[in-house]
Design a protein around this ligand. Structure first.
Ligand SMILES: [Zn+2]
Length: 62
C-alpha cells in the first residue's frame, strides 16, 4: 500500500496515487503524469515511481 505522505517532505501523495496508476495503465508516460498531477519534487516522484515498479513485478499482465 502506498504511504499517505511522502517520507521526505510530507506532501500528501495518496490522493493522486490512483489517478497516477490509471494514467500509467492508459499508456501515459509516468514522468509526464507526475508533472500533470503536481508532483514536481523529486522525493515525491521517486516514491510513486518506485511503487509502480513494485506493482509491475507482481502483476503478470504488465
Ligand atoms: Zn516529497
Amino acid at each position: 500500500m502506498i504511504p499517505v505522505r511522502c517520507f521526505t517532505c510530507g506532501k500528501v501523495i495518496s490522493t493522486v496515487y490512483e489517478e497516477y496508476i490509471r494514467r500509467c495503465e492508459e499508456g501515459e508516460e509516468p514522468e509526464l503524469a507526475l508533472n500533470d498531477l503536481g508532483l514536481d519534487r523529486y522525493c515525491c516522484r521517486r516514491m510513486l515511481l518506485t511503487h509502480k515498479e513494485i506493482i509491475n513485478d507482481i502483476n503478470p499482465y504488465q
